[in-house]
Write a protein that binds this ligand. Structure first.
Ligand SMILES: *[C@@H]1O[C@H](CO)[C@@H](O)[C@H](O)[C@H]1NC(C)=O
Ligand SMILES: *[C@@H]1O[C@H](CO)[C@@H](O)[C@H](O)[C@H]1NC(C)=O
Ligand SMILES: *[C@@H]1O[C@H](CO)[C@@H](O)[C@H](O)[C@H]1NC(C)=O
Ligand SMILES: *[C@@H]1O[C@H](CO)[C@@H](O)[C@H](O)[C@H]1NC(C)=O
Ligand SMILES: *[C@@H]1O[C@H](CO)[C@@H](O)[C@H](O)[C@H]1NC(C)=O
Ligand SMILES: *[C@@H]1O[C@H](CO)[C@@H](O)[C@H](O)[C@H]1NC(C)=O
Length: 817
C-alpha cells in the first residue's frame, strides 16, 4: 500500500478498509474462507440487490481490531460524473472530491489541498480500478461505487438476519487480495424487500462486515475486523452543486484548468460592494481604470475623517500616473485638493525597498497572476462562475487566499455602457481570506464590469480643481457643411479633437481638456472646450518633514522662499533630472538632487528643512503650462494644420479642418433673461434666424446682450440671438416678425424679439378703423403693427388696430376711448 507521498494519512486508513470490501481485483480464496468454499448461489436464493447509479449515504465504520470509529458521508453523482466523500476521525475532517472528467482527486484537510491523479492514485480503488475501460478513465459506474458490489465474487445467500432492528438478507463472499496478501470474509446485509425503508428504495444496503487476515512485508499475519454501517441510504443526490466543489478559500495547486484564467483588458469600469462580515459592514466604490492613459478614478465615501477630506463625504479621487498627482474631490462641498498620490494607495505598487510607486497593471489591480489555480465552478449571486484561487503572502504580510470568480463562458452578460453589447471574461466576485484564520472573508462583489475605454470627459473630469484663472475656455470653428454627420459621430468627433489637442500641444495630459461639446449649423461645426493648467509641480513630490538629504546636492539655489517654488525649479530643471529636493525655509535654500531619497535611512534630521521626493520612479514629462499650450494650439489652427479625419460607416472619410479659434467665450452663462430684459423682448427658446447677424459680441450674459441691443446706435436692433454655450450675442436690425420663414431651430441659441405692444393697452374687439389715417397690409403680428406705430414719423401715432384675419394694421392719431 505504498501510496503517493502526498497522500494524507487519515485518508489512507479508511482507504485500507474500504479497499477491503470494494476492490474488484479479488480472487476467490479457498484457504481462509472455510465457510463458503467455491460457493455458487442456490436456485431459490434471492440475488444480491443492485445499487442505483447516483446515491448518498452516511457510513459508520467501526475498526474493531484498532478500537476506533470513523464516520463518513458520501455522495455519488452519476449525471455529472463526480463524487464526494467527507470523513471524520478523532474530530478531524477530511474531504475528498472525485473529478472523473479530469481524472483528478482532491483531498483536503485543514484547508490544505492535495491533488492526485485519480487513475494513478491508490485512492481510486475506493471507487474501482478493476474495470478500467480501454484507454479511458476509471468510472465509478462501470467499476461500481463504494456500495456497488459486483456479483462475480461468488456471493452466497446466508438467509435472514436482523441489523439495527431491521429485517435483512445476508450474503457472504470469500476474498483474497494478492497485493497485501489478505484473505477475508465479507458479509453483506441488505434490508428485506418487505421492510419499508426511509426512501423510495426497497432493499437498501445496511451493513458490510469484513473479517480476515493480511500480511504486509512478510511479517506475521495480522487479523482484522471492520464493520461498516450504511445509514440513511438514498437513491438520490441533493440538488446542491457545492457538495461536489472544493470549498471556498482552498487552493488546489496543480489542479487541471478547464479554462485558462481570463486576462483583463487595459481599461475597464466596475462598481464594487465590499462586504466585511467581520465588521458587519458594506461599503461601495466605483472604479474607472485606464492603463494606457495611466489614469484611475475611484469614487467612495471616506471611512475616516482624515487628510485631505477631514469629513465623511462621498469623494472622487483621480490618480494621474503620468505625473504622480492625485486630484481629491469632495462631492458634497464640491471642492478639490491637488496633492501627491498617497504612498501605499490600493491602485499602486512599489518595487522592493524603493518607495516610488507604479500604477498596478490590469491584472495586478486584483492580484491576478500565474499563481492562481482553477477551483472549479461555483455560483456567485446565482451566476455560474469559474473560480481561480491563489494563496499569497504579498498581501498584509500574512498568507491570504484570493479567489476570483469569473463569469462562466457559457453565460452571457449584457451591459448598459459603451459600444460593446456584451462583456465577456468578466470578474463577478473576489474574496480575500486570511489563511489559517477564523476570520471571515472580505467579499468584493463586482458589478457592471465593462472592459471598454471609459469616456475621458465624464470619467476623469478634474476641471473642478482649477479656478477660472487657470482655465481657458475656447471655441474652434470648422467651416463645413457636414455638421449633420455629427448626429451620429458626435462622440467620435469630440474624442478625436481631444486626442489631437493633447498631441499637438506636446505634453498635455488628456485630463486637461475638459467639458468638450460640439455644435453645428449649416455652415460650421464648433468645438467648445476648456483647457486646464498643469498640476502644480509641488504635487508631484511627497514630503518628508524635518528631513534632509545631506551632501547630495546637484544644485543649490538661494533665495527660494517656499516649497512650491523649489518644486517648480526641480521640475523644470533641464540640466539634469531632478528627483528630489530639500527646502530650508529659514535660509531660503533650495537644494536639488538627482537621487531618489525616499528611503528614510539615507536622510538626516533637520530642524528647519523638509525633504521632498518624486512620487513616480522615472522623470515624468514636463507638462506644458496653460499659456504655452494655448499658443501652440492657436498657432496650429491659424496655420491650418489642426485637422482630423472621421471614418464614416460607408468607409468614406470626412475631414474636419479648423479655420478659427477664440477664447473670447463665456461658458455656461445664465440662460435665463431678467424681468427687465423681458419687458422689451419676447424670448423663443432654441430658435435662430438665418442671416440675421449684423453685429456679434462675444462672452456676454443674456442681459448684457439685451442692453447692447436696446442701446445700439449704428442700427436699430430689432432682435438678438443669445447662444448660451459660448455667451455669443448676435444682433440684427431686422425684425423676425417680418420674415417668419427664416426662423429655424437652434441647438444652442435662443431668439429674443423686440417687443413693441408693451407700450400699448389692448382693447379686444373694439376698432376705430374709420378714424385711421394710415393703413398697412401684409402685417403678420400685432407686434409688427405696434412697431410701425412706434416708428411712424408723419404724425404722433397714439394707437393702432390690428386685424389678424386680413393681416392689416391701422395707425391712429388718437388714443381710443
Ligand atoms: C490467503 O490465501 C492464499 C491463497 O489460498 C494463501 O496462499 C495465503 O497464504 C493466505 N494468506 C493468509 C494470511 O492466510
Ligand atoms: C497524471 O495524469 C496526467 C495525464 O492525465 C499525466 O500527464 C501525469 O503525468 C500524471 N501524474 C502522475 C503523478 O501520475
Ligand atoms: C409500506 O409501503 C407500502 C407501499 O408503499 C404501503 O402500502 C404500506 O402501507 C407501507 N407500510 C407502512 C407500515 O408504512
Ligand atoms: C473641502 O473643504 C473642506 C472645508 O474647508 C475641507 O475641510 C476639506 O479638506 C476640503 N476637501 C478637499 C478634498 O479639498
Ligand atoms: C510607503 O509605504 C510602504 C509600504 O506601506 C512603507 O514601507 C514605506 O515606509 C512608506 N514610505 C513612506 C515614505 O511613507
Ligand atoms: C524592480 O527594480 C529592479 C531594479 O530596478 C528591476 O530590475 C525589476 O524589474 C523591478 N521589478 C518590478 C516588479 O518592477
Amino acid at each position: 500500500m505504498a501510496g503517493s507521498p502526498k497522500r494524507l494519512p487519515i485518508y489512507s486508513i479508511l482507504q485500507i478498509y474500504l479497499v477491503s470490501i470494494l476492490c474488484l481485483q479479488y480472487v476467490v480464496a479457498d484457504d481462509y474462507c472455510k465457510a463458503t468454499p467455491n460457493a455458487t448461489p442456490g436456485p431459490q436464493d434471492p440475488p444480491l440487490p443492485t445499487l442505483p447509479k447516483s446515491f448518498q449515504t452516511r457510513i459508520e465504520a467501526n475498526i474493531i481490531d484498532r478500537h476506533y470509529t470513523m464516520a463518513a458521508v458520501e455522495y455519488v453523482d452519476d449525471d455529472n460524473n463526480r463524487a464526494a466523500l467527507k470523513m471524520w476521525k478523532n474530530g478531524v475532517e477530511t474531504d475528498v472530491f472525485f473529478d472523473y472528467d479530469n481524472n483528478q482527486l482532491f483531498s483536503i484537510v485543514d484547508n490544505m489541498c492535495v491533488v492526485t491523479n485519480l487513475s494513478s492514485d491508490p485512492n481510486t480503488v475506493i471507487f474501482g480500478g478493476g474495470d478500467t475501460p480501454p484507454g479511458g478513465i476509471p468510472h465509478v459506474y462501470t467499476t461500481a461505487g463504494v456500495l456497488h458490489f459486483a456479483k462475480q465474487f461468488g456471493e452466497v445467500y446466508q438467509g435472514k438476519a436482523t441489523i439495527r432492528g431491521q429485517q435483512a438478507n445476508q450474503w457472504r463472499s470469500c476474498l483474497f487480495w494478492p497485493n497485501v496478501n489478505a484473505n477475508f470474509t465479507v458479509d453483506y446485509y441488505f434490508s428485506d424487500p418487505s421492510w419499508n425503508t426511509s426512501s423510495t428504495m426497497t432493499a437498501v444496503p445496511l451493513r458490510a462486515d469484513v473479517n480476515g487476515v493480511y500480511v504486509i512485508a512478510q511479517i506475521e499475519p495480522v487479523s482484522f475486523h471492520h464493520v461498516y454501517d450504511f445509514i440513511d441510504f438514498r437513491p438520490t443526490v441533493p440538488d446542491d452543486p457545492s457538495l461536489f466543489e472544493t470549498p471556498p478559500g482552498v487552493s488546489c495547486g496543480g489542479r487541471k484548468k478547464v479554462r485558462d484564467m481570463p486576462k483583463l483588458k487595459n481599461s475597464y469600469y466596475y462598481r464594487e460592494e465590499i462586504i466585511s462580515e467581520d465588521s458587519q459592514s458594506i461599503t461601495q466604490a466605483d472604479v474607472w481604470y485606464n492603463y494606457d492613459w495611466k489614469l484611475v478614478r475611484y469614487d467612495k465615501r471616506a471611512q475616516i475623517a482624515q487628510a485631505p477630506y477631514w469629513n465623511l463625504n462621498p469623494i472622487t479621487e483621480i490618480h494621474d500616473y503620468n505625473t504622480g498627482v492625485a486630484y481629491a474631490m469632495d462631492n458634497v462641498i464640491k471642492n478639490c485638493t491637488i496633492m501627491p498620490i498617497e504612498n501605499a494607495t490600493w491602485d499602486s505598487t512599489f518595487n522592493g525597498s524603493t518607495n516610488y510607486i507604479y500604477l498596478r497593471n490590469p491584472q495586478s489591480l486584483f492580484f491576478l497572476d500565474s499563481s492562481y489555480s482553477y477551483s472549479g465552478q461555483r455560483k456567485a449571486r446565482g451566476i455560474d462562475c469559474d473560480v481561480f484561487t491563489s494563496t499569497r503572502t504579498d498581501f498584509d504580510n500574512s498568507p491570504t487566499v484570493f479567489e476570483m470568480y469569473f463569469l462562466s463562458d457559457t453565460w452571457y452578460a449584457s451591459d448598459n455602457k459603451g459600444l460593446d453589447q456584451t462583456t465577456i471574461d468578466i470578474p463577478i466576485r473576489l474574496t480575500v481570506t486570511a489563511a489559517n484564520d477564523e476570520a471571515y472573508p472580505t467579499i468584493y462583489e463586482l458589478y457592471d464590469f465593462d472592459q471598454e475605454i471609459p469616456d475621458i470627459q465624464t470619467a476623469y473630469d478634474v476641471s473642478r480643481c482649477y479656478s477660472d484663472m487657470d482655465k481657458i475656455d475656447f471655441r474652434i470653428t470648422f467651416p463645413t457643411t457636414a455638421g449633420e454627420l455629427l448626429n451620429e459621430f458626435r462622440a467620435i468627433f469630440i474624442d478625436k479633437s481631444i486626442q489631437l489637442i493633447s498631441s499637438l500641444a506636446g505634453t498635455l495630459s488628456l485630463v486637461r481638456i475638459t467639458k468638450a461639446e460640439v455644435h453645428w449649423n449649416d455652415n460650421n461645426v464648433y468645438l467648445i472646450a476648456t483647457l486646464l493648467d498643469k498640476a502644480p509641480p509641488i504635487a508631484k513630490f511627497r514630503k518628508q518633514a524635518g528631513k534632509i538629504y545631506q551632501y547630495k546636492n546637484a544644485m543649490q539655489l538661494q533665495g527660494v522662499q517656499d516649497p512650491a517654488s523649489c518644486a517648480e525649479q526641480c521640475d523644470s530643471s533641464d540640466q539634469f533630472t531632478c528627483n528630489s529636493f530639500d527646502i530650508c525655509a529659514g535660509k531660503q535654500i533650495c537644494s536639488l538632487s538627482q537621487d531618489y531619497a525616499s528611503d528614510g535611512s539615507k536622510l538626516g534630521d533637520s530642524l528647519e528643512c523638509d525633504h521632498y521626493t518624486r512620487v513616480l520612479n522615472t522623470r515624468v514629462d514636463q507638462e506644458i503650462a496653460l499659456n504655452d499650450a494655448w499658443i501652440i494650439l492657436t498657432d496650429q489652427v491659424v496655420k491650418g494644420t489642426f485637422q482630423f479625419t472621421i471614418l464614416l460607416d460607408d468607409n468614406t472619410k470626412q475631414v474636419f479642418k479648423a479655420s478659427d479659434i477664440t477664447s473670447d467665450i463665456l461658458r455656461n452663462p445664465n440662460r435665463q433673461a431678467s424681468k427687465t430684459a423681458l419687458q422689451h423682448f419676447t424670448g423663443s427658446a432654441n430658435k435662430e434666424v438665418k442671416g440675421f447677424d449684423d453685429l456679434i459680441l462675444t462672452g456676454m450674459s443674456v442681459d448684457d446682450c439685451a442692453n447692447e441691443c436696446l442701446g445700439e446706435v449704428i442700427f436699430t436692433c430689432q432682435s438678438f440671438e443669445y447662444c448660451y454655450d459660448t455667451g455669443y450675442c448676435v444682433m440684427s436690425q431686422q425684425h423676425p416678425d417680418e420674415r417668419p420663414d427664416l426662423i429655424q431651430a437652434s441647438d444652442h441659441c435662443d431668439l429674443y424679439t423686440r417687443q413693441y405692444t408693451a407700450k400699448f393697452t389692448e382693447t379686444p374687439g373694439v376698432t376705430v378703423l374709420s378714424a385711421s389715417d394710415t393703413i398697412y397690409q401684409n402685417i403678420f403680428t400685432d407686434n409688427q403693427c405696434a412697431k410701425l406705430c412706434v416708428d411712424y414719423s408723419e404724425f404722433d401715432c397714439k394707437s393702432f388696430d390690428y386685424c389678424p384675419n386680413i393681416n392689416t394694421c391701422f395707425l391712429g392719431k388718437k388714443t381710443c376711448i
